[in-house]
Design a protein. Structure first.
Length: 164
């Protein structure tokens, strides 16, 4: 059985070691909201974090261990995270093939011009990295996804609810 819980400050080092093992460039910070999915023996099955930037939130680093994918764990984590996103606009830059997955909690594709400047820069950096065929192949193998045109990213936004 896998349980989902909010990470504590004491979990940050463990979360960052996990992200580093997954070749993630951004780790968790003490002021991030982090969810952990753990097995009964405390093995990390998945991690996701939500960070506050300027006037918005950014969903980063949704990562589910290969053995736990396609079992609804990511969906459970998104629904657990959903109430924490409700008072601000929230953005994410997922792989294009995951757009439908993120839409289950209200994320919709947006144009790059509609992103805050720091996210436009990050999206550009991600796209530049994927120009390297070695990185493209490494990421495809890691994700077990080999789209015919290669992997790419999409900009998505979940808008805060309108005030009455």
């Amino acid at each position: 059985m896998v349980t989902i819980r909010e990470a504590t400050v004491g979990d940050i080092e463990r979360v960052n070691a996990y992200y580093e093992s997954r070749r993630r460039s951004r780790g968790a910070r003490a002021d991030d909201f982090v969810l952990l999915a753990e097995t009964e023996n405390k093995q990390l099955a998945g991690v996701v974090l939500l960070s506050h930037h300027e006037e918005c939130f950014v969903l980063h680093g949704m990562d589910i261990e290969r053995d736990f994918r396609r079992q609804g764990l990511g969906t459970r984590m998104l629904h657990t995270l959903e109430p924490h996103m409700s008072n601000h606009d929230c953005y994410c830059l997922p792989w294009t093939h995951l757009a439908t997955f993120y839409s289950i909690v209200g994320f919709q594709p947006v144009g790059e011009a509609d992103l805050p400047g720091f996210l436009r820069e990050r999206l550009s950096e991600h796209k530049d990295q994927l120009l390297d065929p070695k990185i493209q192949r490494l990421m495809q193998d890691d994700l077990c996804v080999h789209p015919p045109n290669g992997l790419s990213f999409i900009a998505m936004k979940r808008s805060k609810p309108e005030e009455p």
